[in-house]
Write a new protein. Structure first.
Length: 489
């Protein structure tokens, strides 16, 4: 339970990357010792940047961030494994968590692996670990430091249900302070006792008490009140302007009255409450399926065998499965069994026992977005997949995914992980693929967008191969075939 003492405080904190990209405007809030706080906000609102301000990686433009005591320690479990860590062994990776050599490192790693339910050789390279294993390693890296303030940035991404349940149970019993960024409502409801809400429009942070559902409901009611006030204010503004026009035509002193009424209308317009950016949802969209030549025999993917990793060994099974247009395949199995490896091999047409004809256009949603050139500008990443490169169509499609002109002109590396996800879906629409390969397509995506995405995938007329650990998302998509990698013997 949280105590009455405050461990973290923001006092009139403003932050901007540059004068054209402000994120926080004189923000103030406090976090009590022992609290478990959810950080909410639209993709790109600045949640991950707020974490970087807390850790000291970024510094406020103005205002003050304080900890009590001043030497209170902080550790962060990041969204994705740092690229510079990929060539480290697991032992080398955990060694970087400590400022000096830790001689009992192997023992500490073994203890923390118990907590996150991992069993890996410490000599194994990080890049050889699955997405789910890397998610557990990121969490273990933060926990091994035994911080006073634990920051978790999308900790359930890539975790299977067992991993999510294990993490939830741990956090329920966790006695120190914890701040979590996540779009998984069920996960957050299980342990959170408060919410910090980043409003993208006002660049303020609002503080709420209660679990995730309570706060979402409170925000929805507030939006209704704001919309009602806006509608009433708009009617008043319209009436004043119409009256001003009437008085202006009467001449004489009436022109002065008309001027004052226009000024009054302008002041009223300035007082209209901004519509919350967080309430914006991506537009319903359609992914056009590739049109094949009449000579095409209809087999988009032909499987003759499939492999998985069990007990550190590759296991292969012969199968006879053909994916054609309108066929949706779900691949399931626990973390570390080889789902992402299979998906990547399929995407580059190197999977043994799987034939994808050269004429099939493959659209690949990779869970860590490493297939997107991080230094390329977003608009170029979209243009390169278009057959007919019409910028008008590109920008209209991108707007439906809340990708503004400013974001389109930005390098991929500057986008939030959620914005990279929306960019990836926009790319699939413009690509018009014959086969969609979707590896954890809900990662980093605001929960409000998920029903729209699920509907588009359900209606997609090409072939789909999908991996997802979110049952409520998969349930909204027609699944015709399933491969369970754990049952391959």
């Amino acid at each position: 339970m949280p105590s009455d003492s405050v461990i973290l405080r923001f006092s009139d904190v403003s932050f901007e990357y540059d004068h054209h990209h402000p994120l926080l405007d004189e923000v103030g809030f406090s976090v009590r010792t022992g609290s478990r706080i959810t950080l909410m906000g639209q993709n790109g609102a600045g949640k991950s940047s707020l974490f970087k301000l807390i850790t000291g990686e970024l510094h406020p433009t103005s205002g003050r961030i304080s900890r009590t005591p001043q030497d209170a320690t902080i550790a962060i479990s990041q969204q994705v494994m740092p690229r510079e860590a990929m060539d480290f062994s697991i032992r080398e990776y955990f060694a970087t968590a400590f400022p000096k050599v830790e001689y009992a490192l192997d023992k500490l790693i073994a203890e923390i692996f118990d907590v996150v339910h991992l069993n890996l050789s410490l000599d194994k390279k990080i890049k050889e670990c699955s997405g789910g294993q890397q998610a557990r390693l990121l969490l273990a890296y933060a926990l091994i430091q035994k911080p006073d303030i634990l920051l978790l940035d999308e900790p359930t991404n890539n975790l299977d249900q067992y991993g999510i349940d294990h993490l939830t149970a741990f956090l329920i019993m966790y006695e120190k302070t914890c701040l979590v960024i996540s779009h998984d409502a069920d996960f957050l409801n299980a342990f959170a006792d408060g919410v910090l809400y980043l409003d993208m429009a006002t660049r303020k942070i609002e503080q709420y008490t209660g679990n995730y559902n309570d706060v979402v409901e409170e925000i929805a009611k507030r939006r209704e009140r704001e919309n009602y006030l806006n509608a009433r204010m708009q009617r008043q503004i319209k009436e004043k302007r119409e009256q001003a026009e009437v008085f202006a035509h009467k001449g004489g002193k009436m022109r002065g009255v008309a001027k004052r009424m226009r000024e009054s209308a302008a002041e009223a317009e300035e007082s209209i409450v901004s519509v919350r950016m967080d309430d914006k949802v991506i537009r319903p969209f359609h992914i056009p399926a590739q049109e094949f030549e009449t000579s095409f025999n209809g087999a988009v993917v032909q499987f003759t065998e499939v492999s998985s990793f069990q007990n550190n060994k590759a296991v292969t099974k012969n199968i006879d499965l053909t994916l054609r247009k309108h066929t949706h395949l779900l691949i399931v199995g626990p973390n570390g069994i080889g789902k992402s490896t299979l998906m990547e091999q399929l995407a580059i047409r190197s999977a043994k026992g799987a034939i994808i004809p050269e004429e099939v256009i493959v659209g690949y949603y990779k869970q860590d977005f490493s297939n997107l050139e991080q230094d390329h500008v977003a608009i170029d990443v979209l243009l390169e997949v278009m057959v007919v490169k019409e910028e008008r169509i590109l920008r209209s499609t991108a707007a439906g995914f809340l990708l503004s002109s400013k974001l389109l002109e930005s390098p991929i590396r500057t986008l939030s992980e959620g914005q990279k996800g929306l960019l990836s879906f926009c790319r699939l629409v413009l690509m018009q693929p014959g086969l969609l390969i979707l590896d954890e397509p809900t990662n980093h995506i605001n929960f409000r967008h998920l029903p729209v995405i699920a509907k588009a995938l359900d209606e997609y007329e090409g072939a789909i191969i999908i991996v997802s650990h979110i049952p409520s998302f998969v349930e909204q998509i027609r699944i015709d075939e399933t491969i369970d990698l754990e049952r391959i013997k």
